[in-house]
Write a protein that binds this ligand. Structure first.
Ligand SMILES: Nc1ncnc2c1ncn2[C@@H]1O[C@H](COP(=O)(O)OP(=O)(O)OP(=O)(O)O)[C@@H](O)[C@H]1O
Length: 870
């Protein structure tokens, strides 16, 4: 049994309320961790595990210096832990017994606000979700910016929204975490987020509504357009409750709540976002190589975060798209101003996050300097923006207010070389506060006095080696070496004996010491108070600062898109409400940046969406099928973001949803078979696509036997064409699917051209009309370096198969050809042949109703059809 010391007793008392966090227990200049916490932290942080007390009472302990705590916290948070910061709440000097301690904040992945723990280019969301009947209420907040939103959605869209938001922490009602392990586990794996259970009653809709009214100090949520929000209010209430519990600071920067309007945005589910590599690549999960990576040349973190939002949620409304597009166009037309504006943006810091830190009382002097420097760029920015006439730019220009009062105040008060710490002084400028200046004068001159005192004492005593020194225990003292002991004046009071010297004080020295030292301390205290006053004052500008940030973010994104458009010779697509999809000389926006534009072969797409809706694209491996269909989706996304696109010209009828199934799936690790995942995702498309959607399918059905695969792919394409009518691009190796075009006028065949050159094939990368029946898979295998012997063997097997050598059971033989083989037609017709179709038509003819001349015409037409394409 461990005998508890009073301090460990205090620790246990505090730890009891923070079982799910690692407790950073402040002791002097260190945060100490004890017991299990110490073991966990020492492993993750690679710090030494020691022990407090010995023997039976030994308590495992690990410590980290408080000034370096941010980097340690970051590692612990990344490793999936919460950190509770427990501070000393009184001056140890004043404590009778154990110093008072208490937890001042709990840092969790969803609530961090420190720069070191955040990524400037991404929002960091804390999300709460709550279910009532079939509806999920979602609410999410980025505490580091104050962005707070809600949305009610149906269950089937839940995981798509979670993928879009990518929260780092999810607050769930405990009745879900306790009773629905499968659901909780799915959230955990799909979102890779920390799950925090909260009592279910914290999610009540009416409590949430009240909590929001209280927080915003309003009588209703009408002003935020959230009055009629439903289940999501419960989730928003749970978020507020959780923040109050963990943050214990002002949450004033959460100045509004908004309803996320899915209706205005193109919906893209999780698999689509991944397949199209919108924000990260499939293979390495890197930003580089994704659409966002290619477009993100923004200069401010606010701009980078907004661009991400534009990429993953393009607009649906034609007018809203146009509003942005015209802004981009104007930036392309004014190159000089654009360059100057981009240069100004370069010098603007993350005002949005600084404003949040100011409001939470976590900003230091350097943050205020960054704020002031950013604000000082705004007059010039406004001046340049004043030359622009499009609505989106002049609207934003009006919202940018340089906040002269705040800017001047910070400029007058805060010294440019302020330290990180707020308690060490060196923050407030000379001349800002008279009382501070006076204290500083005393402190400085007091030191001079001491130098003068030393010189006088040397002269008076004739002891040249006499020194006035200072230490923490005795304060100022006079040190005299033992050789001069005889000459010491009687007024000197001995304080300390060293080996070769003695230390003395005098009443006069002590009197000055008090003055000097307290002046210095008092000056530091006053500086701190002045800083807090200034920060509080800055806090009153939070709302304006958030508005300015939003405006700057938009200017940043629009000018970036324009810069990219000019540098890469993009065109402004015409956006219409039709169903057409016409792109001439379209290029892949990411590949063209990686390859040079000259080497990339541009391609067209021409679907009117009424007659022509479906493209079946065949072609050899490596020809460029996936690239082409992906490129089409990316160009539509860019167009609906308001951006220009890499093409000669384009007319795009807006799409409401994009579904893409391209490339490798990463679901295998989650215990589902490739084919099952593919079928799940396809079912989702079939159930949710509309006539206005864009569907991009790559080799659907490849995960099962050939005949199953072809049949499924055939039926799916047919269904989409007949029952949904969405614009669809289907890339496939099943050449049989080209026969669909015989049945349906609006399904067209295309292939990616290649040229044969002896043994070699040359990829032309050009999409041309018509189907193909060659795969060149073995050729690609050879290019990939598969050993020659295997290539030769594969060729011989292929020859066999193509000659359809059958064994006695009627199955193809894989052995080399023999002379007694039975020749069969090269390919079995799996589906309707031309002859079948003509017979069908004849059967349908009613001879009683047809005039002889029409009958002759019909006969001529049928005959023509039989010889078509031959
Ligand atoms: N239009 C183009 N211009 C230049 N290079 C291209 C073009 N399209 C594709 N490529 C190049 O060809 C490579 C193969 O393209 P892609 O993966 O699209 O082929 P695929 O037909 O889908 O192949 P598979 O059927 O084997 O999946 C790409 O990595 C790209 O580098």
């Amino acid at each position: 049994m461990i005998t508890e010391t009073p301090m460990i007793r205090q620790y246990n008392e505090i730890k009891k309320d923070h079982k799910d966090a690692l407790l950073f227990f402040r002791m002097g200049d260190f945060y100490e961790l004890f017991f299990e916490d110490a073991k966990i932290a020492s492993k993750i942080l690679g710090i030494t595990l020691t022990s407090r007390s010995k023997g039976e009472n030994a308590v495992p302990m690990a410590g980290i210096p408080h000034h370096a705590s941010e980097s340690y916290t970051r590692k612990l948070i990344k490793a999936g832990h919460k950190v509770a910061i427990c501070e000393q709440l009184q001056d140890p000097g004043e404590a009778k017994g154990i110093v008072d301690r208490g937890v001042i904040r709990i840092i969790t992945p969803g609530t961090v606000t420190e720069d070191a723990l955040l990524d400037g280019k991404n929002n960091n969301y804390l999300l709460a979700l709550w279910k009532d009947k079939e509806i999920f209420g979602l609410s999410w907040i980025d505490l580091s910016t104050g962005k707070f939103e809600i949305e009610d959605i149906r269950e089937e869209r839940l995981f798509d929204e979670l993928a879009r938001l990518n929260p780092s922490e999810i607050v769930l009602p405990d009745d879900i975490t306790e009773s629905n392990a499968t659901f909780t586990q799915r959230i955990r794996t799909e979102c890779n987020a920390m799950i925090t259970p909260l009592p279910a009653w914290e999610f009540s809709e009416s409590t949430g509504y009240q909590a929001l009214l209280e927080h915003f100090g309003t009588h209703s949520l009408e002003g935020f357009g959230c009055q009629d929000a439903g289940v999501a209010l419960g989730a928003a209430g749970a978020i507020l409750h959780y923040l109050k519990e963990t943050q214990k600071t002002s949450l004033k920067h959460i100045a509004k709540i908004q309803k996320y309007e899915t209706n205005n945005r193109v919906i893209m589910d999780r698999a689509t976002q991944q397949s199209l590599e919108l924000t990260q690549t499939i293979r390495n999960k890197n930003r580089e190589g994704s659409l966002l990576g290619a477009l993100d040349q923004t200069k401010t973190p606010m701009g980078a975060r907004l661009l991400k939002d534009w990429v993953i949620s393009p607009l649906k409304n034609h007018d809203e798209i146009k509003y942005r597009q015209l802004g981009v166009r104007e930036f392309t037309e004014k190159p000089e101003l654009r360059r100057e504006i981009i240069a100004i943006l370069h010098d603007i810091y993350d005002i949005e996050r600084i404003a949040a830190k100011v409001s939470c009382g976590r900003a230091n002097a350097r943050d205020l300097i960054s704020l002031q420097q950013s604000l000082s760029k705004l007059p010039e920015l406004k001046e340049k923006l004043d030359f622009f006439i499009t609505a989106i730019i002049s609207d934003r220009e009006k919202e940018i207010d340089p906040l002269d009062e705040l800017r001047t105040l910070i400029g007058m008060a805060i010294s440019l070389d302020s330290p990180h710490s707020l308690k060490e002084g060196g923050i407030i400028k000379e001349g800002y506060d008279a009382a501070l200046d006076e204290l500083r004068y005393i402190s400085k001159n007091g030191k001079q006095w001491i130098a003068h005192f030393q010189a006088e004492e040397i002269a008076r005593t004739n002891i040249n080696s006499l020194k006035v020194g200072y230490n923490k225990v005795f304060g100022y003292y006079i040190e005299i070496t033992n050789t001069h002991r005889e000459n010491i004046p009687p007024a000197y009071i001995r304080k300390q004996t060293l080996k070769n010297a003695e230390r003395y004080i005098t009443p006069e020295l002590k009197e000055y010491e008090t003055k000097v030292l307290t002046a210095e301390e008092r000056a530091k205290d006053l500086e701190y108070d002045l800083f807090i006053q200034l920060r509080d004052k800055a806090g009153t500008f939070t709302k304006q600062l958030q508005g300015i940030s939003e405006a700057i973010a938009q200017i940043d994104v629009l000018s970036t898109l324009a810069k990219i458009a000019v540098e890469n010779r993009y065109a402004m697509p015409e956006i219409t409400d039709s169903l057409e999809l016409n792109i001439n000389d379209g290029c892949h926006p990411v590949l063209t940046m990686e390859l040079d534009r000259e080497r990339f072969v541009p391609n067209d797409i021409n679907l009117d969406g009424v007659q022509d809706k479906t493209m079946v694209i065949t072609g050899p491996n490596m020809a460029g099928k996936s690239t082409y269909i992906r490129q089409t989706a990316l160009l539509v996304i860019m167009a609906q973001m308001g951006s220009f696109i890499p093409a000669k010209n384009a007319t795009i009828g807006t799409v409401d949803r994009i579904f893409a199934r391209v490339g490798a799936s990463d679901e295998l690790s989650k215990g589902q078979s490739t084919f099952m995942v593919e079928m799940n995702e396809t079912a989702n498309i079939l159930n949710n696509a509309t006539e206005r959607s864009l569907i991009i399918l790559d080799e659907v059905g490849r995960g099962t036997s050939t005949f199953d695969g072809i049949s499924i792919a055939w039926a799916i394409t047919e269904y989409i064409y007949q029952n949904i009518g969405a614009r669809t691009l289907f890339a496939t190796h099943y050449h049989e699917l080209t026969e669909l075009s015989l049945l349906f006028a609006g399904i067209k065949n295309f292939n990616v051209a290649v040229k044969e050159w002896g043994e070699e094939i040359i990829f032309l990368r050009k999409i041309v009309a018509g189907g193909t029946d060659k795969s060149y898979g073995i050729h690609v295998a050879r290019l990939a370096g598969i050993p020659k012997q295997i290539i030769q063997r594969a060729r011989s097997i292929l020859n066999n198969l193509e000659a359809a050598t059958l064994d006695i059971n009627g199955k193809p033989k894989f052995a080399p050809l023999k002379t007694d083989h039975v020749k069969k037609p090269r390919q079995r017709k799996l589906f309707a042949s031309k002859e079948d179709l003509v017979i069908d038509e004849i059967k349908k003819l009613s001879l009683d109703e047809i005039a002889p001349a029409d009958a002759l015409n019909k006969l001529a037409e049928l005959k023509k059809r039989l010889y078509e394409d031959e």
